[in-house]
Design a protein around this ligand. Structure first.
Ligand code: ADP
Ligand code: MG
Length: 374
């Protein structure tokens, strides 16, 4: 099947730095793909390649099956079909908001002044910005500027939107509002997005699929649920989810009756499903990294072979849950406990030094190779 955008084996280096390594993914019409990675992982370079602001060293960028890196592509036509919104908004302060929304239509799309103005006005109306049409972007708040920047891209009616951390210069409250705006926008204009962010909430809530990058390599591509439930390696496991997944040095033990795992002096049973997948690969006993998310640890009242004892360092009351930072024999562990699961006396939090026992949800334990992290 032909995809709207397909990227194959894309490579780009700056000097000795390999910024993009063998990047490969596709987007279908109407999809939102979020690309997440820490600063310097190559996200902006990837978007700049798709927009031909950078020329890749190797690979293909197919739009409707046509490689934009080869020959007879009209670069202006291409840029017209790809709307880009930058982190810094790139608005012209010496032009009115209205003009900012018209300019690309006239230069790139060759629309008439009248038509460009009509489209720009209609958009400003739609996002409640009409009264600022004559203002300079410099007079607007961050959120308003951002709406104009998105508007300028939308009125060009691009086939694909490229958004490079469009919310990262906004404060937390505005960011939440604008995130909701983008979700609404998406429903209204049924377009296709490649949305770059370093914020996992944005990546998870906006993306149909998430591309997780590290040092120019794609680590995993999947739906938000897939990357959360089945992180492909320790990097993804630690990157997605907040607070972060806890990681332990542990020992996987194969017995005659199945597999179990030794961690912090406890012996944790593993679910049937985990055991059968280990058995299917004939995994031998070995040192492993065990990952468990804070919300998949629960408290126990009585000590057993499957419990780990610890002392509370910090207890954070979040309202419907408490976050416990505990010390389990020198190892810091974070637990998220719904307040409704707590005895009355602990609902407001737990004092420093409170002794608690905990264990893991046996079906939600993640096991990683201790060497490769896979
Ligand atoms: P991200 O957007 O994920 O933060 P970038 O794509 O901006 O990452 O940058 C990836 C790496 O490439 C960084 O180490 C950055 O310093 C480097 N880089 C980006 N653009 C250039 C350039 N024009 N010349 C040299 N190095 C660059
Ligand atoms: Mg960037």
């Amino acid at each position: 099947m032909e995809h709207l955008v397909e990227i194959k084996n894309l490579r780009k280096h700056f000097g000795r730095l390999e910024v993009l390594n063998d990047i490969q993914f596709h987007i279908d019409k109407g999809d939102v793909i979020t690309v997440i990675g820490s600063s310097g992982s190559g996200k902006s370079t990837l978007l700049r390649c798709i927009n031909l602001l950078e020329i890749p060293d190797a690979g293909e960028i197919l739009i409707h099956g046509k490689d934009i890196l080869k020959g007879d592509i009209d670069i202006n036509k291409h840029r017209a079909s790809v709307g880009m919104v930058f982190q810094s908004f790139n608005l012209f302060n010496n032009m009115s908001v209205l003009k900012n929304c018209m300019i690309g239509q006239m230069t790139v799309l060759k629309r008439s002044r009248e038509e460009s103005q009509k489209k720009a006005e209609a958009f400003l109306e739609k996002v409640g910005m009409s009264q600022f049409a004559g203002a300079s972007p410099a007079q607007l708040s961050g959120g308003q500027r951002q709406r104009v920047a998105i508007g300028r891209a939308i009125v060009r009616n691009p086939q694909v939107f490229l958004m490079d951390e469009p919310l990262s210069n906004l404060d937390a409250k505005l960011r939440n509002q604008m995130r909701a705006e983008i979700i609404k926008l998406r429903q209204r204009i049924d377009t296709t997005f490649i949305y770059v962010t370093h914020d996992q909430t944005e990546a998870m809530t906006l993306g149909d699929r998430i591309v997780i990058m590290k040092d120019g390599f794609i680590q995993q591509i999947g739906t938000p649920q897939e990357v959360f439930e089945h992180p492909i390696n320790i990097f993804v496991a630690g990157f997605i989810g907040s607070p972060q997944m806890n990681l332990f040095d542990a020992k996987l033990i194969k017995t005659e009756s199945g597999y179990q795992v030794e961690v912090q002096g406890a012996v944790m049973p593993l679910s049937k499903k985990i055991q059968s997948s280990l058995a299917a690969k004939s995994v031998p006993s070995q040192a492993v990294k065990l990952g468990i998310r804070p919300e998949h640890i629960h408290l126990e009242e009585t000590a057993g072979t499957h419990t780990i004892s610890s002392k509370v360092d910090v207890s954070e009351m979040m309202g419907s849950e408490i976050h416990l930072h505990v010390d389990a024999n020198g190892k810091d562990v974070v637990l998220r406990i719904p307040t409704t699961d707590l005895a009355e006396e602990y609902r407001g939090g737990m004092g420093y030094g409170t002794e608690i026992l905990f264990t893991f949800r046996e079906d939600l334990i993640h096991l990683f190779d201790s060497e490769s992290g896979a």
